[in-house]
Design a protein around this ligand. Sequence first.
Ligand SMILES: Cc1cc2nc3c(=O)[nH]c(=O)nc-3n(C[C@H](O)[C@H](O)[C@H](O)COP(=O)(O)OP(=O)(O)OC[C@H]3O[C@@H](n4cnc5c(N)ncnc54)[C@H](O)[C@@H]3O)c2cc1C
Length: 1076
Amino acid sequence: MPRLSADVFAGIVFGAGCTLSHMGAVLKQAVEVCPPHQNQVFLAVLEQLRWFAGQQIRNVAAVGGNIMTASPISDLNPVFMATGCKLTLMDKGKSFSTAPSSVHFYTDVPALDLCVCVCVCVSDGSRVVQMDDGFFTGYRRTIVRPQEILVSIEIPYSQKTQFVSAFKQSPRREDDISVVTAAMSVTFTPGTNVVQDLRLSYGGMAATTVLAKRTMNRLLGRHWEEELLQEACSSLAEEMTLDPSVPGGMVTYRQTLTLSLFYKFYLMVLQKLRRQGVNVDEVPSDCLSATQIYHPQTPSSVQIYQALPEGQSKNDVVGRPIMHLAAMKQATGEAVYCDDLPLYENELYLSLITSSKAHANITSIDSSAVQSFPGVVSCVFAADVPGSNITGVIESDETVLADRQVTCVGHIIGAVVADTQLHAQRAAKAVKIQYEELEPIVTIQEAIAAKSFYQPTRTIQKGDLEAGFKQADHILEGEIHIGGQEHFYLETNVTLAVPRGEDGEMELFVSTQSATKTQTLVAKALGVPANRVVVRVKRMGGGFGGKESRTTVLSSVVAVAANKLKRPVRCMLDRDEDMLITGGRHPFYGKYKVGFLNSGKVVALDVSYYSNVGNSMDLSLSIMDRALFHMENSYSVVNIRGQGFLCRTNLPSNTAFRGFGGPQGMMVAESWMTDVALTLGKPAEEVRRLNLYEEGESTPYNQIVDNVTLDRCWDECLSRSGYHRRRAAVELYNRQNRWTKRGLAIIPTKFGISFTAVFLNQAGALIHIYTDGSVLLTHGGTEMGQGLHTKMVQVASRVLGIPFSKIHISETSTNTVPNTSPTAASASSDLNGAAVKNACEVLLKRLKPYKTKNPKGSWEEWVKAAYLDRVNLSANGFYRTPDLGYDFKSNSGRAFHYFTYGVACSEVEIDCLTGAHKNLSSTIVMDVGHSLNPAIDIGQVEGAFMQGLGLFTLEELHYSPRGVLLTRGPGSYKIPAFGDIPTEMTVSLLRDAPNHKAIFASKAVGEPPLFLASSVFYAIKDAIMAARAESGMSGPFRLDSPASAERIRNTCSDHFTKLCPPPAEPGSFTPWSVQV
Ligand SMILES: Cc1cc2nc3c(=O)[nH]c(=O)nc-3n(C[C@H](O)[C@H](O)[C@H](O)COP(=O)(O)OP(=O)(O)OC[C@H]3O[C@@H](n4cnc5c(N)ncnc54)[C@H](O)[C@@H]3O)c2cc1C
């Protein structure tokens, strides 16, 4: 093979099958060895590869695949198009052995991997095409003929006066698909700023990657200066338009991005021209940050535990950071989850048949085709339910299997049962259902207009509203919409139902937070007493509230099928089914009127909450109750009224989700608090501090707040975060930077602990001591990764005075501890911990005589002695929370046993041009009383915070106007990635704050920290405010949650946003998605 110098060629040629990782590695090496002016295109490709999918995908996806997929949001195609890459195509019929006239390997470029750099030159049957605007002929179509394959791509060296940049804007930075992706290349007449050639290529703006040809042509021969910028932007605004109904939506945002990205390019090129000595304007120093490419910084994290009380015995594990007892098993994959259970010999698999209409009468179901599918055993429909087809965890307002009507897309109509998952799923698709469509109600606003509400409407009112508003120096009104959230547990819903063969007995293995509810509703559907149904839960791969009530529907269907066929039946939902069927956090719309004094003291609040409940009540009333119980967050408001409306819509029933309405309630509170500060022009932290609860004040529901640690958390958070220093730095940064802004916010939370349904505040435990001294502990709570079992073992270890290694928890089951409450409301350690303690104390009392008799004996000896003396070594324990019971009618009684408090301070930086943001720092101070286990508690704080961060800044469920969920998997629904964790993260557990109302002075921790992530949202809002100030805007403005890149960009109104066409009139088009 001839050894050829790299610059003999016009570029580097990659075989179409070259993986993206490999291509990246080769280009990186090329950048190191080639003269800088030749590397512009390579650098642009590398920039796109940095944010292209994840490493795993880049390791297997080939460059040819990316080109030939012809996706309009491909990140590489814009670069290839803007830089005129050449593609070699080969007719499949022609033979390679004779075709290539020469094959060249680049061996002069040190260490370039030879196998990828194959250049196939023109030969018989091959042709070379340039990737320009003619290459893509339509959505996912190219000029490549059916009999042709792509052989290679030549990525060119850049010219001396050519500059290239590439940009990708996606909702999440890591592993996400683009909203708009672009590449721009400009070539100047040597020594001048006169444009000789310009190519602007965009993805995400049409059905194919496109060139902005009109704009490109207009700018040829022009000088690279302010006037060109203005003309480019006006021209792009005209040329790069989108239909208001375009798939993917975000019309205004996408249009604005085409201008914003060009502006970035304009500034970058100015810098490069100056560096080459060309006489052009200097980039103003306050615009420099717009040209900087994002590079993640090394993250750091600090966890501050509490000191153990002096003198605590070494053997006492309470308060120590004991590792989650299943951590190792979970990390290695040895932990057994429901679907890991081995197959029963005659087991079958079930696949659901669900509605494709949001609201319709079922006119016919035709399952005749199913029987011809391999492996199919049977179908299950409403008529197969032997007991009651009516179900529901509180209200009986649902069907196990829909019979006449469907009320949401995803409504379960039936199921196909077959020998394997694949067979069942294939056959389920063959069931034909005819519908008579009815008008659906999808959004909160539609429900309000149609007065489509569930009853009752809740109200909490205290003080004298009228007098409060009269007393106020200012009154303002505002609104905020808070989007829903998908639970996204790693393990989707799963049930294995095993008929026991006699007396109607059925055993179910379920991933559920509610063993008892599952037992009750399965028994109801089967028409048997609850004592025939056993529900067993080993552990869940996450629950987050999503497995509190909605799991019962799948379990009932699977049990009905198992009962019909008298064989074990299993079903684990695929991710898309789970997202479609099982509902999520309720979207909320809050509308408020707030009265306040010049000082910032809030004296009157009238707030209405509307939640999107979906097609059944589920737990929505209790969720609304909790939203209302948190409507003042941590602030004392003496004259107040909160009303809660439950919107009946045709979405899948929304349900419990960590925080249970509390975060939505508090989010609205922080919206009006921000508005108050903005109206007065006062620092928000000052106004918040002024309104914080003080010891002995009373809530809107007339509960005295005692042992308040809000002020301590606040002060510690201020000092640990260096709030005032940060504020000064943020202000300086914002003065010095026009296109990136920083924001800061400190937010408190007060979370009421107890189930608001009083009867649920009870728990049981069962302990067996075996004759070898080992202890089997069972309690009413379920393990979903939150560490409950670990904490319960710690409690039993302390009370029994034995090492925790002697204690084992196997599972939660309805035949050991009956009538359990769901593992929810953050209260499971409090409730079950007290029940465990109670059971341990009973056993200790029974063992006491043997200890007294043999004080130097061992645990095993005492146990053995007691056994031989015929002592019962098994005991159950019970606990009920005292003094609870709130009455909405009289607004009296105690709603909560106590409150968990916390404060967080967050700092962010936004890119005003793209809406991207960086989470720079978060400092959290959390009062968890005397932590039972600081490692687990800090894990809960960090986990809840990140889940809240997803809720408030990232996660968006998109529904079509006809109620179809469009985001049904990780490709389109983005939860936080590692890079979203604040670069500096500090979590501190407040010291010396015992809570004498719960087990060993601890506090509940699961849900309370979630809302603290709103500090990131309000820091973003603070940064947007600084951006708006540059455009002369001040005062309150609406920012809905999540603060997505789209919302951030659109709210940072500036001359680019103003150049773009205004959004089309609502009602004049059918949008791709609607705000539900
Ligand atoms: C999780 C995930 C994340 C992703 N993120 C991104 C992203 O951030 N940015 C982005 O742009 N894309 C992204 N993608 C899309 C990805 O780039 C493409 O799926 C990938 O490049 C395809 O490469 P492949 O080798 O798997 O192609 P294949 O799937 O094998 O092929 C794709 C198509 O091209 C055809 N084809 C392949 N090679 C040739 C050839 N030589 N000649 C003719 N036809 C050919 C195939 O027949 C097929 O129709 C992502 C995909 C996944 C799954």
